[in-house]
Design a protein around this ligand. Structure first.
Ligand code: NAD
Length: 482
């Protein structure tokens, strides 16, 4: 009998959501063996046939959307509309990836010699190990699993210990829709289970999403035992620039959604507000007034704007970071304290917080908080805004509010982030555009969109010579060909 752990409701930690096994290295071994055996048959199946199964998963998820959203809300603490959005992303991804099953699978090229041509095709990598965070507990597994399956791979996924049941139910939807037995496997537990998966010799590729700290460990462990393909989607310290010509009504709505939506726990959350000094006072006053009206509470209640953060430990970590910022001389505008919510005893709530007078070297502007905390910085020009945003170890998402198209387009070119928004906050990616970031946010891969298959397939170059004779390439034979 294996040991177990529980996941609990962040709003009411006494409520156990699920009890799951703590898998061992031997269980990881068995899961990889199952995936390896099933993958052979799966990779022989025509790509459009695999795509049909993925489309069917979209159908099952659509039928179960309300029930899954409720689970996301109870296990990850998201308010219901956000939890529904998490599931909807997986549905959208199923249909997008299914469509790719009838798309071009490579490129065709003329060759240097007569009666010869070349083409590229995709080849599955084999078994992919996936390690995921808790904050998009249905969407992130879908971003990884659907393209990996379409490409012909087997999968072993280790979801976060904070939202394991969401992944369990998501995978159940996949198998109910027709994913063959053994092809898609879940292993549960803590970091050591992820570590065992990372170094498993039967796992050819690791697809990791989580913090920079864990990503470093995963990448170095994988390369120790390599060769492995390792894709990393890591943290962010996303900034919103507000220029002096911006529509402040629009900005205020954008800041509230970007900074405090999902309790600031999106990798793309707006955590730095880089505001022009001509409008910063008015902007901060208006944002603070609206922040004071936000309802913190049970994520299942329709009147709640902001739910809990993921754990009590998170509350303590966020509070510690805010205290450090205040001790450094940053000015607390609003928030800055854990919150108690009636009916949610012991819930992990933190008040939405705004800090002012922060600058590029402040502790709070350089470190990812992953909570509802916004640091405001002042700038006096477009150039200083761009420099301020780019002076950061992370490079996931950024945005600029301006009515000047020249400034907007220059920002697109000059901001060193994988995602840029114009007149919108730093959150809100759509699944048919590539997702990921620069610098410490990742290692060059992208998820979703046109690049979503890259990390799960090897490119194979094929040459067909129908001349009936040996045509020597990589030899200086131009005269002979002409
Ligand atoms: P985390 O790094 O703590 O955990 C992520 C996963 O790694 C979990 O499943 C965990 O059990 C596992 N893990 C822990 N130690 C391990 C080890 N030594 N080897 C292998 N696996 C190990 O991250 P989290 O708190 O779950 O998620 C929050 C972080 O994820 C934030 O930094 C956020 O910005 C980032 N994130 C990034 C993206 C993106 O696409 N860039 C998306 C969502 C979240």
């Amino acid at each position: 009998m294996s040991q177990t752990f529980t996941s609990t409701n962040p709003a009411r930690p006494s409520e156990v959501v699920a009890t799951l096994p703590i898998h061992t290295a031997a269980d990881v071994d068995s899961a990889v063996a199952r995936a390896t055996a099933a993958q052979r048959q799966w990779s022989r199946m025509p790509v459009p046939a695999r795509a049909e199964i993925i489309a069917a998963i979209g159908g099952v998820l659509t039928q179960r959307k309300a029930e899954l959203a409720n689970l996301v809300s109870r296990e990850a603490g998201k308010i219901l509309v956000e939890a529904g959005g998490d599931v909807q992303e997986a549905i959208d991804m199923a249909h997008y990836i299914a469509g790719q099953g009838r798309n071009a699978w490579g490129t065709v090229h003329p060759c240097e010699m007569p009666n010869k041509f070349g083409f590229t095709t995709r080849h599955p990598v084999g078994v992919v190990g996936m390690i995921t965070p808790w904050n998009f507990p249905v969407a992130i597994p879908s971003w990884k699993i659907f393209p990996a399956l379409l490409a012909g791979n087997g999968v072993v996924i280790k979801p976060s210990e904070f939202a394991p049941q969401c992944c369990e139910e998501f995978v159940r939807a996949c198998t109910d829709a027709g994913v063959p037995e053994g092809l898609l496997n879940v292993v549960h537990g803590f970091g050591d289970v992820g570590a065992a998966l990372t170094v498993h010799p039967g796992v050819r590729a690791i697809s990791f999403t989580g913090s920079v700290e864990t990503g470093r460990k995963v990448a170095s462990a994988a390369m120790e035992v390599g060769p492995k393909l390792v894709s990393l989607e890591l943290g962010g310290k996303n900034a919103m620039i507000v220029m002096d010509d911006a529509d402040l009504d629009l900005v205020v709505d954008g800041v509230l959604f970007g900074a405090f939506g999902t309790s600031g726990q999106r990798c793309t959350s707006t955590s730095r507000l880089v505001a022009h000094n001509a409008i910063v006072n008015e902007l901060v006053t208006r944002v603070a007034e609206r922040t004071a009206l936000l309802q913190l509470g049970d994520p299942l209640s329709a009147t709640t704007d902001i739910g809990p953060v993921v754990t009590q430990h998170s509350v303590e970590r966020i509070h510690q970071m805010v205290q450090t910022a205040i001790a450094e001389g940053n000015d607390l505008v609003i928030g800055g304290a854990p919150a108690h919510i009636d009916g949610c005893e012991g819930g992990a709530f933190y008040t939405p917080t705004i800090l002012r007078d922060t600058h590029r070297n402040s502790y709070i502007t350089r470190n990812e908080v992953f909570g509802p905390v916004l640091a405001v910085m002042e700038i006096d020009s477009f150039d200083s805004a761009i420099e301020t945003v780019n002076d950061c170890e992370y490079g996931l998402s950024s945005s600029i509010y301006t009515r000047d198209v020249n400034q907007a387009m220059r920002a697109v070119h000059e901001l060193d982030t994988g995602i840029v928004y114009i007149n919108a906050p730093t959150i809100g990616a759509e699944i048919h555009l590539p997702f990921g970031g620069n610098k410490f946010t990742g290692n060059g891969y992208r998820e979703a969109g046109s690049r979503g298959l890259e990390q799960f397939s090897e490119t194979k170059s094929v040459y067909i010579d129908y001349s009936g004779k040996l045509q020597k390439a990589q030899i200086d034979n131009r005269d002979a060909i002409a």
